[in-house]
Design a protein around this ligand. Structure first.
Ligand SMILES: Cc1cc2nc3c(=O)[nH]c(=O)nc-3n(C[C@H](O)[C@H](O)[C@H](O)COP(=O)(O)OP(=O)(O)OC[C@H]3O[C@@H](n4cnc5c(N)ncnc54)[C@H](O)[C@@H]3O)c2cc1C
Length: 544
């Protein structure tokens, strides 16, 4: 027999950053909320744990919080979360690219520093950087607005109207075209130096794209400006401090957050949300259910009576490239060869450059292990020494160009076996990456105290939203991005069931810790109904 466990104003299914931020904003506004999480931790792709050696606190999945700190949820919750122990640390050396010949290029924290760095690489590129910033800043509200607005709503229409009024017809068309340009086209048109191209090209991988994909140029420009202005903040003590603070804030406002509570079904009555049923048969009631899940799960499992066309679209939703994480505990800090700033840099990309990233993406998309992957080397100790015992080293390594089904090895070295991510394939591929890194960090091999590798299969097993080990909740190809995310038949965050909302990386504005979709949905839930909005507007006009 089902047990009725209580009723709430809103239930959130899944405790990813979007689910938690949505719940926290609703709780802040006085709503009685309940977050239900199937795993044994809260935070989804946010987790900090000692997974190599005792005393080494690794961010198992996500680690870098510029999107959260620069995002709308932080602006409204930041003070409250600080009361719950969340503190951000930052750096003057957010990122660099290290090339095979040992030369490195750096993205720094001021326009002057970046112009000087780019001029160092090639005279004239510093001026190109300033010209780019001069063009970007006057319309930054539009560029960031695309990523912070429910596009299919009166807010989206208002944003388009603002662009049209400010820029005129031609200017608005030009702005729109700028949203669609590839990183290759934008970088090669803007900067002369291949080093400059290689500095920014790897960043499009962090948006789920490749440098030849539509819209990757816009994402590269947005990230370049965001990193200059915002740096590479991380929470003191580990990324999980963000999830901990959100949970503690929600509980302080009277809300509930439960682990090991898997929702199997959204209950509806008369076409409206009425609650959820858990795997053990327990039932919780609420007129609003926010689902922090993939479209595959939402329309294939949680909701019943899905219109056939929509069910088919959800079934065809495409997941993006797979990824791998490698975590190192080191007996001493990595001793980088070459530019001494590398030792202080939060994220170092190893790649031959724009063409190197493009080649590795292409190989992964053709089912191959890339011959020369883009290696993302994260160094959280540069900001937060508390993550490891004094005098030790810790590295967070991400590889974003991998296939789910491995057809072969572009380097012709590794046997792909039956194409699945076996333990042996995972460790041999990690060995190759470790050897690549050791060419630039000569003390690496002897300093390794512990190494833990998560293959795409391990990522999928850890979090049901990371389908095929895709860290970004589904391909961000243009037909699944912006106006079309997650599905062209159900774009945005409303669903065909009144009161059921969809948030998370699979929905606009996509992946990352910005909590964009959670914030958009909290605002939509809290927005007064249209007649009340009209009455408020009329009253304010009458007062003038
Ligand atoms: C390895 C990795 C590294 C990354 N690095 C960064 C980074 O450094 N910076 C950055 O900004 N972004 C990073 N990202 C991307 C970012 O972490 C994700 O886009 C973001 O965390 C996704 O949040 P989400 O709200 O979609 O939910 P998720 O984090 O996917 O969490 C959803 C939660 O819902 C739960 N759930 C699903 N179905 C149910 C159900 N039926 N019942 C109950 N619970 C359910 C899941 O168990 C999960 O805990 C990274 C991602 C990965 C995987």
């Amino acid at each position: 027999m089902n047990t009725e466990l209580g009723s709430y104003d809103a239930i959130v299914v899944g405790s990813g950053v979007n689910g938690l931020a949505c719940a926290a904003l609703l709780a802040q506004a006085g709503r009685h909320v309940c977050v239900l999480e199937r795993s044994d931790w809260l935070g989804g792709a946010i987790k900090t744990a000692e997974i190599t050696q005792p005393g080494f606190h690794h961010d198992v999945f996500s680690a870098w919080h510029p999107l959260w700190v620069g995002g709308p949820a932080h602006a409204r919750l930041g003070d409250g979360l600080a009361r719950h122990g969340l503190e951000y640390l930052n750096t003057e050396h957010p990122t660099a690219t290290l090339y095979p010949d040992g030369e490195a290029a750096f993205l720094l924290r001021t326009a002057d520093a970046n112009a000087a760095e780019l001029d160092r690489l090639q005279q004239g590129d510093g001026g190109a950087w300033r010209t780019m910033l001069d063009a970007f800043f006057p319309n930054a509200d539009l560029a960031f607005g695309v990523l912070g607005t429910e596009l299919w709503s009166r807010h989206g229409a208002a944003l388009a109207l603002r662009a049209y009024r400010r820029l005129g017809r031609q200017g608005a068309a030009q702005f729109g075209a700028g949203l669609l340009i590839s990183a290759r086209d934008w970088l090669t048109e803007t900067f002369a130096s291949e080093r400059a191209h290689g500095l920014l090209a790897p960043w499009v991988l962090h948006t789920g794209l490749g440098p030849d994909a539509a819209a990757s140029g816009y994402m590269a420009a947005v990230i370049a400006v965001a990193v200059q202005e915002g740096g590479m903040p991380v929470p003191r003590g580990g990324g999980a401090r963000l999830a901990d603070a959100l949970v503690s804030f929600i509980r302080e406002q009277g809300g509930t957050c439960e682990t090991e509570a898997e929702v199997t079904h959204v209950i509806t009555r008369d076409g409206r949300a009425a609650g959820v049923e858990l795997r053990n048969g327990d039932v919780l009631r609420a007129p609003i259910v926010v689902c922090n899940v993939t479209p595959t799960q939402l329309y294939g499992r949680l909701l019943g009576n899905v219109p056939p066309g929509l069910a088919e679209q959800a079934r065809r939703f495409r997941y993006g490239r797979s990824e791998m994480q490698i975590h190192f505990a080191l007996s001493e800090p990595p001793a980088w060869e070459g530019d001494e700033r590398l030792a202080q840099t939060a994220i170092v990309h190893l790649t031959p450059g724009l063409d190197g990233v493009s080649r590795a993406v292409n190989e992964a998309e053709r089912g191959l292990l890339p011959a020369e992957a883009t290696v993302v080397v994260g160094q959280p100790l540069t900001m937060d020494p508390s993550r490891a015992p004094a005098g030790r080293g810790l590295l967070w390594i991400q590889l974003q160009e991998l296939p789910w089904h491995v057809k072969g090895d572009a380097a012709g070295e590794l046997d792909a076996g039956d194409g699945t991510w076996t333990e042996s394939l995972r460790e041999r591929y990690a060995d190759r990456i470790q050897a690549r890194l050791a060419r630039h960090v000569p003390n690496l091999e002897r300093a390794v105290l512990g190494r833990t590798v998560l293959s795409p299969a391990d990522l999928e097993a850890a979090n049901v939203n990371l389908v095929h080990g895709d860290p970004y909740g589904g391909s961000l190809a243009l037909d699944q991005n912006f106006l079309w995310r997650p599905l062209h038949g159900a774009p945005g965050h409303r669903t065909f069931v009144e009161g059921v909302w969809h948030v998370g990386a699979s929905t606009h504005p996509g992946p990352g810790l910005g909590a964009g979709s959670g914030t958009i949905v909290a605002d939509a839930i809290l927005e007064p109904p249209a007649p009340k909005r009209l009455a408020t507007k009329l009253a304010s006009l009458a007062r003038r």
